[in-house]
Write a protein that binds this ligand. Structure first.
Ligand SMILES: Nc1ncnc2c1ncn2[C@@H]1O[C@H](COP(=O)(O)OP(=O)(O)OP(=O)(O)O)[C@@H](O)[C@H]1O
Ligand SMILES: [Mg+2]
Length: 161
């Protein structure tokens, strides 16, 4: 587990972009944090690291999943508007998880039961004192995602000193 404090949307996106350059196909990322914490903002940076135009990322308000084609496709889910987590299961999420793309799930804790055992949890916590500050915690739930957290930390600390 690793926590880093960032200031401003641009720094959140820089961190997310770095993560996007490090993920292997098949990775599932669960984003958590309150309304407006920066989950969609993080997703924009993340897809950029995978070579996808961040401008295509919107909040999947009317669709539960958006697909962004690319060398490694990204599947962007938003579980916020689900009345029941079983609606997520009805999407057949395993087909997306196994598709050799990368999956990002906003409000992932709401559908935790349907996520693969090894996934990366990213929690964005706003700061009570400064509206531009976020504490971002990365936690792997298995060997692959824990190794990813270690790679991200080393790369970030290498960049920021
Ligand atoms: N350090 C920061 N990181 C991310 N967003 C920030 C930061 N500082 C300020 N913001 C602002 O916070 C807002 C985050 O909105 P965003 O849509 O990304 O949140 P969200 O978690 O996806 O919300 P929702 O729960 O509605 O999906 C944006 O307006 C963004 O500019
Ligand atoms: Mg959002």
């Amino acid at each position: 587990m690793w926590t880093v404090t960032v200031r401003g949307e641009a720094e959140t996106q820089r961190l997310a972009r770095l993560l996007g350059t490090l993920v292997a196909p098949g990775t599932v990322v669960s984003l958590t944090g309150p309304l407006g914490a920066g989950k969609t903002t993080f997703t924009r940076g993340f897809v950029q690291g995978l070579g996808v135009d961040p401008a295509v990322v919107s909040s999947p308000t009317f669709a539960l999943v958006h697909e962004y084609p690319g060398e490694t496709p990204v599947y962007h889910f938003d579980a916020y508007r689900l009345d029941d987590p079983r609606e997520f299961a009805e999407l057949g999420p395993d087909e997306y998880f196994d598709a050799q793309g990368v999956c990002v799930v906003e409000w992932g804790e709401r559908v935790r039961a349907y996520l693969p055992p090894d996934h990366l949890k990213v929690e964005l916590a706003p700061d009570a004192g400064d509206p531009a500050v976020r504490r971002i915690t990365f936690a792997g739930t298995g060997d692959g995602s824990q190794a990813l957290v270690a790679r991200l930390r080393a790369a970030w600390e290498g960049e920021t000193g």
